[in-house]
Design a protein around this ligand. Structure first.
Ligand SMILES: [Zn+2]
Length: 148
């Protein structure tokens, strides 16, 4: 099995870190102000663990472009802390994500490899049937079918 360090490097190869200069969240409220303050003008690799922990549930509030730019930050955090809140929220989100088509086949393949690693590295998930169903439905949703 690949290590979190190997998979993090893979993530950086398929999601080259680039400052995100577009709109992070479109909604007008205090929570979305905080999201904009945290993520604007950052590359996904710049977001601190503590910032991700504090905003672990915000993936659905990101614009589609910001979602694509920052999902790898959630996944990388998840690799290092597979039983943490960030991993949990990322997997819940990916199960019903509507932005799958915005990712390249290679990005999807690497994300799935990471999700599988997160699943297998968490002693709770690995023996929990609900988590296994979640993994399978993420795989089904994100797998790239050739010719698709
Ligand atoms: Zn809002």
């Amino acid at each position: 099995m690949s290590s979190p360090a190997d998979l993090s490097k893979k993530l950086e190869r398929v999601f080259p870190p680039e400052r995100f200069r577009r709109l992070v969240a479109a909604h007008d409220c205090e929570e979305c102000d905080a999201i904009r303050a945290t993520f604007s003008h950052k590359a996904w690799t710049d977001v601190l663990d503590a910032e991700l922990d504090a905003h672990d549930g915000v993936l659905p509030l990101l614009t589609p472009e910001a979602y694509c730019a920052f999902l790898p930050a959630w996944i990388r955090r998840g690799l290092w802390e597979p039983d943490g809140g960030v991993a949990t929220m990322a997997l819940i989100n990916m199960e019903s994500s509507e932005h799958v088509d915005r990712f390249t086949p290679l990005q999807r393949t690497v994300l799935l490899e990471c999700v599988q690693h997160i699943h297998q590295s968490d002693p709770f998930r690995v023996q929990d049937e609900e988590s296994l169903r979640e993994l399978e439905s993420i795989q089904q949703r994100w797998r790239h079918e050739p010719g698709q």
